[in-house]
Design a protein. Structure first.
Length: 129
């Protein structure tokens, strides 16, 4: 879809179209929002400062490992999706091939995420993570 937009309308128009699609996430997310649970007492977490919450979170080894894993995965995916199509174009491979490669990466990310979600019904999450 992105390659077709760029080929037919230019990269500026493609960027505007993708930006508009991203803005659709905001109203669609409101449909998924759940109302906050009514509590009679104020929980201690509500009184915790942002700095204290970060210190507590980064004090747990498992949280740090989780954040590092997500950072590594996200950085690698962002790096590939930004640079791979241009690299392939520099090598004389059509831009559509780069688009299909990025689409295949996205497809396998979807399949992998859904598979791990399904497997969590049968195995402890700490082993899958």
């Amino acid at each position: 879809f992105g390659v077709a937009l760029i080929d037919n309308f230019g990269w500026q128009t493609a960027l505007v179209v993708f930006s508009a699609l991203m803005l659709l996430i905001l109203p669609l997310s409101l449909a998924l929002a759940t109302p906050p649970a009514a509590t009679k007492d104020v929980a201690p977490a509500d009184q915790q400062s942002f700095r204290t919450a970060l210190a507590e979170a980064f004090g747990h080894r498992s949280y740090v490992l989780l954040v590092l894993g997500f950072f590594t995965c996200g950085f690698q995916l962002a790096f590939i999706t930004i640079h791979l199509p241009a690299y392939l174009a520099d090598r004389g491979i059509p831009a559509t091939t780069g688009g299909w490669v990025v689409a295949a990466i996205g497809l396998f990310n979807i399949v992998g995420s859904l598979s791990v979600g399904w497997l969590q019904n049968f195995f402890p999450k700490r082993y899958l993570l």
